[in-house]
Design a protein around this ligand. Structure first.
Ligand code: CIR
Length: 259
């Protein structure tokens, strides 16, 4: 099942983290607080049973803490991405080495394809692939071919006209059990599939990017409506302060590669 994991790759923010890409007008992140929030995030992953592979910070790539964008890791298909932002292309090298040391042999997205892991939502045996400013149709087609070969299905959702989201998973999350969290503007794109939709309360869109890990759901602090919804669904919640990563367009999921 797509939410059962034993390990995760993480990488702390570097001191020039604020030089990364962002479209959020939320101010400059506080580096010390970002480090503290990252440490709490790592503690949470360990609490839910994951063994962490901790990579060193990478000042050459201020967005390198957002490791999720560099790979798609699933039970039958592992793929290194080709990030859509040129400043992030060099992040993949360290992930390739980390995966090799774990004996994981991924295939790769090749030019002219681009693809960010934040655009890929694994929902059981089906993968939703976001077409975004970062993931193009060529990258999506290459990933879809790898997934088909591995016995998965996939479909694309074009998010380029949807305001306020960088990646597909900025607006949806799979909770497992055929249940998908979605912001209102993406709910219609998922309606044809056989999933129960959990709607994100208007104004709490950032909270859509929650993460099911084993028996828990990790969610961002500060979203009482979404927290109530998930509590009503009887999930064991771990609520984490993500304010400094939100300032850099980052959500909960992008801080780890879980497998
Ligand atoms: C970027 O713009 O690439 C980073 N500042 C944020 C990436 C967030 N990644 C994600 O949500 N998967």
């Amino acid at each position: 099942m797509s939410f059962r994991f034993t390990r995760a790759i993480v990488r702390p923010p570097s001191s020039n983290f604020a030089d990364g890409l962002t479209s959020a007008a939320l101010g400059t992140p506080d580096f010390a607080l970002a480090l503290e929030q990252h440490a709490q995030y790592c503690d949470a992953l360990e609490r839910v049973g994951l063994e962490l592979e901790r990579l060193p910070e990478d000042p050459a790539h201020p967005d390198a803490t957002f490791v999720e964008d560099t790979a798609i890791l699933s039970v039958r298909c592992n793929v290194l991405t080709r990030p859509g932002a040129s400043s992030r292309a060099g992040e993949v090298k360290a992930i390739r080495a980390a995966l090799a040391s774990l004996d994981i042999k991924p295939t790769t997205i090749e030019s002219p394809g681009t693809l960010d892991g934040g655009d890929i939502c694994e929902a059981g045996e089906h993968f939703f692939i976001g077409i975004s400013q970062r993931t193009n149709w060529e990258g999506a087609a290459q990933l879809a071919a790898f997934l088909t070969k591995a016995g998965y299905t996939s479909s694309c959702i074009d998010i380029r006209a949807i305001p306020g989201i960088l990646h597909l998973k900025s607006g949806i999350a799979s909770l497992g059990d055929e249940r998908i969290v979605a912001i209102d503007s993406l709910a219609g794109h998922l309606a044809r599939r056989n999933h129960e939709l959990v709607r994100v309360p208007p104004g709490e869109e950032y909270a859509a990017n929650c993460v099911r890990v084993n028996d828990h759901v990790l969610m961002a602090a500060g979203f009482p409506g979404m927290q109530h919804t998930l509590e009503q669904l009887c999930y064991d919640l771990i609520v984490l302060d993500m304010s400094e990563f939100q300032k850099m367009d980052g959500g909960l999921s992008c801080l780890s590669l879980r497998f």
